[in-house]
Structure formats: C-alpha cells, structure tokens
Design a protein around this ligand. Sequence first.
Ligand code: PXG
Length: 435
Amino acid sequence: MSQPLDAYWMPFTANRQFKKSPRILAKASGMHFWTDDGRQILDTIAGLWCVNAGHARPKIVQAIAEQAAQLDYAPPFQMAHPKAFALAERVAALTPAELNKVFFTNSGSESVDTALKIALAYHRVRGEGHRTRLIGRERGYHGVNFGGISVGGMVANRKMFGAMLAGVDHIRHTHDPARNSYTVGQPEHGAEFADDLERLCALHDPSTIAAVIVEPVAGSTGVLIPPKGYLNRLREICDRHGILLIFDEVITGFGRTGQPFAAQTFGVTPDMILMAKGLTNGCVPMGAVAVRQSIHDAFMTGPEHLIEFFHGYTYSSHPLACAAGLATLETYADEGLLTRAQQLQGYFAEALHSLRGLPNVIDIRNIGLVGGVELAPLPGEPAKRAFNVFLDCYDKGVLIRTTGDTLAFSPPLIIERAQIDQLIDTVRGAIGRAA
Ligand code: PXG
C-alpha cells in the first residue's frame, strides 16, 4: 500500500498497529473479500454483522445505481418518496404483527437514541412524564451515541465520556460460565437474572421507569445467549409495571438466529425493535425502529397541521438506502435467507464446539449463525491472545472478529458447509499457534 495513511483516524481500531501493517480490502463478492494485493479472504463476520446476503449481490447493486440516477435525494421532512413507504411496509411485514410502524434512521446508534426518545416522549404524551428512567444491562452494546453508551454496559465505551445521560441504571448481565459454559444454544440456567429488574423497580419505584433496553443476543460483548425463559421473564416484569421493553436487534435482525428477528426465535414480543446493518445488507447506511401501533397512535393527537414527534435526520429514509433495503429484502425472500440459519445451525454448532479442548479455549457459545469462542487471556495482556488469533487467521485467508478475548463469528447467511469447515480448520490452527 503506497498511499499515505496519516490523515485517517480509524474508528475502533488500534491505529498505530494498523498503520505499521495495514489490512486493506479492495474488492468483495459473495462470501469473500480480496485484499489490495489480491489475496482472497473468507468473510466469516458478514462485514461487521451486516452483509447477511453476501457481498455485491446483483439485485442490490443494480437497485442502488438505478436509484442514484432516478432520484438521488428527497427531503424526508414534510415530503417523501415512494420507496420509503414501500420499505416500511416490507419491514413491518417481517416484524411481529403488533410492531407495524417504522421510523427510519441511518445507523444502529441512531436507532437506539431514536427508540429511547420515543419511549420518553410516549410516556409524556400519555400524561406519564414522570417515567424518565432508562434501564440497560451490564455488558450491553447499544452503539456509541450518548444515549446508547449511557444504557450500554461496556466499560471501555463509557469510561472516557463523563456523566452521560442522567437517570440511567443497569440490570446485571447474564454471563454465568460456572453453570452454563459450553452450552449448545440457549443456556439452561439464568432465567432468574431477569428478576434483577424487580430489584431496580424496588429501588427507583417502577413509576419512574420509562423503558428497558437489551440485546436479545449480546454480540459485541462476546456473544452472550439469553438463558431459557430469561426474555419471557423480562417481558412479564415490564408488563407488570407499565415499562416499555426495547429489543436492540441491530445484529440479531434479518435472519441471524433463524427467524427474521430474534423476538420470533425466542417467542417474546417487545414494544420496539431496533434494526440497522442487515436492513440494507450493509450496502448503504440505514437503521430503523419498529414500533407498536399503540405507541405510534399515542402521538397522533392535537391539531393535524402540527408535527407530532420532533425527531428525524436529514438522511432518514434516504432514497439510496430505501432502494438498497427493498432489493435486500427481496434477495432474502428469493433465497429463503431469513430462515436459512435453521438448516445450518446444527452443522455450525457441531463444528464450533469441536474446538473444545484446544489450549486456552475456556467457553464456546452459539445460536443460529452466531458463534463465540472465549480464550483465556495472556497473563497481564488482556485481548492480546484473541488479537493474535485474528491476525493469524487473516494471514491464512479468513476474516474473524474479536472482542476482548472472545473470537466472534457471524457469517453471511449464504455460507456453505465447506466454508464452515474452512473457518473452523483455520481457527483451530491459529488457536494452536497462539498457545
Ligand atoms: N446496537 C447493537 C446491538 C450493535 O451491535 C449498534 C447498536 C450500533 O450500530 P452502528 O450502526 O451505529 O454501528 C451495534 C453495532 C462487533 C461490532 O464486532 C458490533 C457492532 C459495531 C461494531 C463492532 O461486535 N454493532
């Protein structure tokens, strides 16, 4: 790579390490990237949990090109374009039936902050403006904006940024390696961790709490699968106290767990579902919040010429994003991708759990087409062993993700068995060399 690398301050990246030995991707198609020096790399993380249909899918590429020529931009405030309505209808057809109103954003982080604002405003328009408290969960990841890091629970993402939002609290996380390590699928133990919400209700009084936000499957913190019955119990407690339940499905949305949304996989319907990433197959930035009709309708009061909800982005429902989204959802439907993880999850789980017993492997977790392999940290150097495995795999032509000392896999939903084998064989070799 001969061009200067100095000006670009890279996000969530070890900048100095990277610029000493850059990893530059130049091309992508299907399950693969190609580097700038022409090496083929198997993408086992769907870009960043987003390219669920694989790269450079012709229908999506064509839709974006045609849309750019037809209508490059349309203002989303007091104006609209046809594909915004079409995409909202298609999204609403995938979410649980009660969640049939869709608000568009440009990212997962914006979806999070949008949902938190909807929750606060919803209670206020109903005359319950005293419900101002937001509850997140330890180890949660809800993007990087101030609302998201406030309800989030990943220490490194929070500690530099002062007081954040006031009036936020957290329930405990669900990670319980003593009882649940090496569970295939949902852990048996830990439904009672949901009762931690009752503790916060007792402390703050439930009438002060607006909403609880959780990832059904926590991704960024290292792939934590919800214990059996846990999400149901959260739902029951929220119902008992009039608290809204928000599922952040930014990574679980669009087929990752074997259904369009994890809400369906786990049989628990929240009041709002956040999405991004797979909504446009990662091609154009876009997010959305699907909302229960009753929440939407609570805003539809007052004089009809007045704006009901003072929120939105210049690029909400951007025409290119809507075109990409429609073509993406068509591609998923054409190829049955939103349920394909059901057919592959058994094979994927068996392959993943075959890594048990390798040096320094201390836990393996999976659901649908998500997998996590936790390694024992190098003494005094947290995250380094996993990072070494990442570099080794990349060198051998396989792109994986790491978070702390957990290796994470979330392949495009088009992955074939032979490619699962390639992933596992490569990771097996790299874990051996990292011992
Ligand atoms: N919520 C969840 C659950 C996410 O996983 C976001 C919100 C934020 O989305 P945006 O589009 O603002 O980045 C995310 C993002 C990883 C990783 O390797 C995951 C994400 C982002 C970066 C890395 O686990 N998810």
